[in-house]
Design a protein around this ligand. Structure first.
Ligand SMILES: [Zn+2]
Length: 390
């Protein structure tokens, strides 16, 4: 998940590529439920937060009320009592629904959701889902009178982390929110939301920002070779910043293809498993592009291995996709990365031909199956949501 280090909960300034979408949302979001969606790492949560702050900003409410109630709100002033309370995470008319596992990362720890564990003191692994208890609390919140006399706002992120029961519980409130309640659902995977949820929301799509603007912002965050960092992150600047915070800079990214070809996985050892699999998928994708005479998307052209057999790459890509679907499962990450690096390393060898049906691919799959048995964690419940691949 993305976080701008040191960024306050609500900043008077907003990420530069979000200024236009914020004004668009303030001008045109007349409904009570808004779905902000787009690729991961472009700022859905940041926009949702800025929009909530603008709706709750008391200076903006006074200005709009003094003219015409239909006058579009302005971005939050950052100074009024409401803005101060949002910055302090104490605004009584704002409720944020974020999975417990994301609260610290997003700088919003200590919300009511922390009490979702059994007895409120559970030592269980923080939940990655938006639990039905949190949704029910949000519904009750929406039914209460506004504490400050203005709107009440619920922000839900990532909205696709609601399970079916949570989403069903929310439907009536989405259909007919009580009083002045407004809901903002932010999501990088809206296709995973129930159609009945999507259909009740006004939609606002966030595109991948302009490369020049995003690169300039990333350079300002201390990122060397920002264009390369952006390409590695699929053009998503917050994703690129998150990688930088993990030590994944342009130099390391440039080394990666040669390391994989050599079957060495040390460079990936410290990466979160979903990120390591994502990198291998991107390398496989780019090698396929090069094999078909197209330009690579994520890696510098001179670093992408050439001469590999496309059929081998397709096979490998399918296996990487299957691994990505389980990328947040509590596997032994080191063993998983080692197996996948060696698999892709073989597929990237020049002139590597597709083996016969009884050949090495089947053997490999058998081997991986054996290994998966060894890698599988003790828990066998529902798998976590897969990491989206840029
Ligand atoms: Zn304000």
């Amino acid at each position: 998940m993305v976080l701008v280090p040191g960024k306050p909960a609500v900043a008077p300034s907003i990420l530069p590529w979000l200024e236009a979408p914020l004004r668009q949302a303030l001008a045109h979001s007349q409904g009570h439920a808004l779905l902000i969606h787009g690729p991961r790492g472009v700022g859905q949560f940041e926009l949702a937060r800025a929009l909530a702050a603008a709706w709750l900003c008391e200076q903006g409410q006074a200005a709009a009320g003094a003219t015409d109630p239909a006058t579009p709100r302005r971005p939050a002033c950052g100074h009024c009592r409401s803005c101060q309370m949002i910055a302090a995470r104490t605004h009584p008319d704002l409720q944020l629904l974020v999975p417990e596992a994301l609260q610290v990362t997003l700088g919003w720890s200590g919300s009511d959701d922390a009490a979702d564990g059994e007895g409120g003191k559970s030592k269980a692994k923080p939940s990655r889902d938006i639990r039905i208890e949190a949704v029910r609390r949000a519904i009750a919140f929406s039914q209460q009178t506004s504490s400050r006399g203005g709107d009440k706002v619920i922000v839900m992120y990532p909205a696709e982390r609601m399970n079916a029961a949570s989403a069903s519980a929310l439907l009536k409130t989405l259909e007919e929110p009580p009083g002045t309640a407004r809901l903002i659902l932010a999501s990088a995977a809206p296709q995973r939301l129930l159609p009945t949820v999507r259909s009740r929301c006004q939609s606002l799509r966030l595109p991948v920002p302009d490369t020049a603007a995003a690169a300039a912002w990333l350079a300002g965050q201390g990122g060397a070779e920002p264009e390369r960092l952006l390409a590695a992150a699929g053009g998503q600047p917050l994703e690129a910043l998150e990688r930088l915070a993990l030590g994944i800079d342009a130099s390391l990214w440039r080394q990666l293809p040669a390391e994989v070809v050599a079957g060495r996985c040390a460079v990936l050892a410290a990466w979160p498993l979903p990120l390591a699999i994502d990198a291998l998928q991107k390398l496989c994708h780019d090698a396929l592009c090069v094999a078909h005479g197209a330009a690579p998307r994520y890696f510098a052209a001179e670093t992408v291995p050439r001469g590999a057999d496309p059929a081998q790459l397709w096979d490998c890509g399918r296996e990487l996709l299957a691994a990505a679907r389980h990328g947040e499962h509590p596997w032994n990450a080191a063993l998983a990365v080692e197996a996948l690096v060696q698999r892709l390393g073989r597929a990237l060898q020049p002139g590597s031909a597709r083996p016969a049906a009884s050949g090495s691919t089947d053997s490999l799959r058998q081997s991986q199956g054996d290994r998966s048995d060894r890698l599988a964690g003790p828990r066998s419940g529902r798998l976590s949501t897969p990491h989206p691949i840029g």
